[in-house]
Design a protein. Structure first.
Ligand code: SF4
Lengths: 96, 373
C-alpha cells in the first residue's frame, strides 16, 4: 500500500462529475482519480495510492524510480498487485 | 540478494553504507516507521550492508498488521450476513481474526471482493442496489484521501447501500508513543515519505524537539533509504535533533491540501487500538458525526465483539522493535505466510513476512542465506 509505482497520465476525463485519468504504470493502464491534483495534465507523472493520484513528480525522477524498481525486481510485484494478480485476489473484483 | 547484483546503483549503495560506517562512532538504533520501507530494507539486504553499530528497528507502519483484531472480527461478522458484499484491499484477506479470516468466510460462501480502489465499491453498490456494500477502510495517511473521498462521493451520489468499517491509523502519534514507551531504544526515525506526501512534514518539528530525536523523511528505494540512514547518523553524531526532508521530489512541507481538506470533512480524530501494541490516544481517524450514516459499525451493530489472539504470536514485540521476526519461536514453523498466526506474517509490508520471503531463518542474521555478498 505504501510503495507506489509512478505512472504517466495518458488522458483525462470526468466520471460522475469526478476528475479521472487513464494512467500508465509501466504498461498497465488504470483509471485513477485526479481530484486531489487539480494542476496535473496529460503527460505528467504521478504517484498513486489505491487509485488516487496524490503527488506529482518530475519525469526524470519518475523514470529513475521505474528503472530502479525494474532492476530490483520490484516492478513485477507492484504491477501484479495493480492487476490484482495475487492468488487470493478475485479477477471479478471490480466488475459490476 | 540476487536483485542487488542487477541494480546499477549497487556500488553507490555500498559507498553510502561505507560512509555510514566511517561516520558512526557509537552504536545507534534507528527505526523505519513504514512497512514499505521495512520490506525494501529486508528484501534488498540493506541492513546487512550497514556497519554493525547501526541497527535498524522495524516500526509499526504496516496498516494490515496493526488493524485491531476486533475490527477483523467485526468485518468477518458483517461479511457473513447474506445481504452484504464486503469489499477489502487484497492484503486483508488472510489476516487472522479470532477464529477465521476473510478468505475462509469467502470460501464458505460469503460475498467478499478485493478492490484496487475504494471507488470500485461505489460502482459495486450502484450495480447491486438490493445489497449492502461494506468497505473495510483501513490504512495510514496514504489511503485516507481515497477512503474519505469514497464516502464523500457516496453521499453526493445518494448511495444509501454503501457503508465503511473505518479503522485508520496515524504516524505522528505512533512516534510519540514509541518515544514515551518505557525501555524505548529508538534514537532516530526515518519518516515515511508517502505519508508525508499527503500530510506534509509540518507536524514533525515539535516531535523532534520534544523528544530530542532526529526525523528524516525518506523514500523507498535503496539509495533513498541509505541516504536517510546516513543523514540520521550524521545528526546523531553531531547531537542534533532536526527534521530533514530527504525526499523532496515527492514531499513538500504542506503536503496535499486538497486531500487534507476532504479528510478533515469526512474523518475525525479518535483513540485507536493498535494490534499488538495497545491503545494510543488520538492515533486514528473515524467517520465524523456528519457522515455517521455511512458507519458500518453502527449500521450492523457489531461494536461488542470479543476477541482472542493466538497465544504463540509475539507480534506485539515485533511491532515495538524489541524482537526480530526470526527470534520468534513460531517463525517459519507454526507460522508462515500460508498459515499466518499473526498479522505481521500476512502483508508483504509486515516484518515477519519480509524476513520470511528474504529467507532470514537464522537467529544470526549475518549468516542468513539472503545476505548481500
Ligand atoms: S512469526 Fe508469526 S507468530 Fe511469530 S511474531 Fe511473527 S506473526 Fe506472530
Amino acid at each position: 500500500m505504501c510503495l507506489a509505482v509512478p505512472g504517466r497520465v495518458e488522458s483525462i476525463f470526468a466520471e460522475s462529475g469526478v476528475r479521472m485519468g487513464r494512467v500508465n504504470f509501466g504498461g498497465v493502464i488504470k483509471n485513477v482519480c485526479l481530484a486531489y491534483l487539480e494542476e496535473i495534465a496529460v503527460g505528467d507523472y504521478t504517484i498513486v495510492h489505491v487509485g488516487f493520484a496524490l503527488s506529482r513528480i518530475d519525469e526524470a525522477s519518475a523514470l529513475q524510480t521505474l528503472r530502479t524498481f525494474a532492476e530490483l525486481g520490484l516492478l513485477e510485484d507492484e504491477l501484479a498487485e495493480l492487476k490484482g494478480g495475487e492468488d487470493d485476489a478475485l479477477p471479478e473484483a471490480c466488475a459490476p | 540478494m540476487k536483485h542487488l547484483s542487477e541494480y546499477r546503483d549497487a556500488s553507490q549503495a555500498r559507498a553510502i553504507a561505507a560512509e555510514i560506517g566511517r561516520i558512526a562512532r557509537q552504536p545507534w538504533a534507528i527505526m523505519e516507521v513504514c512497512g514499505g520501507q521495512t520490506h525494501s530494507i529486508i528484501r534488498n539486504g540493506l541492513d546487512q550492508l550497514l556497519p554493525p553499530s547501526v541497527e535498524m528497528i522495524h516500526g509499526p507502519g504496516c496498516p494490515v498488521c496493526v488493524t485491531p483484531l476486533e475490527v477483523i472480527d467485526r468485518a468477518l461478522a458483517i461479511a457473513a450476513r447474506p445481504e452484504v458484499i464486503l469489499c477489502s484491499f487484497g492484503d486483508m484477506l488472510r489476516v487472522p481474526g479470532s477464529r477465521d479470516n476473510l478468505f475462509a468466510v469467502k470460501a464458505a460462501g460469503a460475498d467478499v471482493r478485493v478492490v484496487y480502489s475504494p471507488l470500485d465499491c461505489l460502482t459495486i453498490a450502484r450495480h447491486n442496489p438490493a445489497k449492502e456494500v461494506v468497505f473495510l477502510a483501513i490504512g495510514f495517511e496514504t489511503t485516507a484521501p481515497a477512503n474519505a473521498m469514497a464516502v464523500k462521493l457516496a453521499r453526493q451520489q445518494g448511495l444509501t447501500n454503501f457503508s465503511a468499517l473505518v479503522s485508520h491509523v496515524l504516524v505522528p502519534p505512533a512516534i510519540e508513543a514509541i518515544m514515551q514507551a518505557p525501555g524505548n531504544r529508538v534514537q532516530g526515525f526515518l519518516a515515511a515519505g508517502h505519508v508525508c506526501s499527503v500530510m506534509g512534514w509540518w507536524q514533525y518539528p515539535p516531535l523532534a524537539a520534544r523528544h530530542r530525536v532526529p526525523i528524516v523523511i525518506t523514500g523507498f528505494e535503496p539509495l533513498d533509504l541509505l541516504d536517510g540512514i546516513r543523514r540520521t547518523v550524521v545528526q546523531l553524531e553531531a547531537g542534533r535533533a532536526e527534521v530533514e526532508n530527504a525526499y523532496p521530489r515527492v514531499v513538500t512541507e504542506e503536503g496535499n491540501r486538497a486531500a487534507q481538506e476532504v479528510i478533515g470533512e469526512v474523518f475525525t480524530k479518535t483513540d485507536r487500538t493498535w494490534r499488538g501494541i495497545g491503545t494510543i490516544p488520538g492515533s486514528g481517524w473515524k467517520l465524523s458525526n456528519a457522515y455517521s450514516d455511512f458507519d458500518a459499525e453502527l449500521k450492523f451493530a457489531v461494536a461488542e465483539i470479543h476477541t482472542c489472539e493466538s497465544p504463540l504470536c509475539r507480534s506485539g514485540e515485533i511491532l515495538q522493535g524489541s524482537l526480530k521476526p526470526h527470534q520468534c519461536p513460531a517463525f517459519g514453523r507454526e507460522c508462515t505466510p500460508r498459515h499466518p498466526l499473526g498479522a505481521t506474517m500476512v502483508s508483504s509490508e509486515g516484518a515477519c513476512a519480509a524476513y520470511y520471503h528474504a529467507g532470514r531463518f537464522l537467529a544470526h542474521a549475518e549468516t542468513a542465506p539472503g545476505a548481500v555478498p
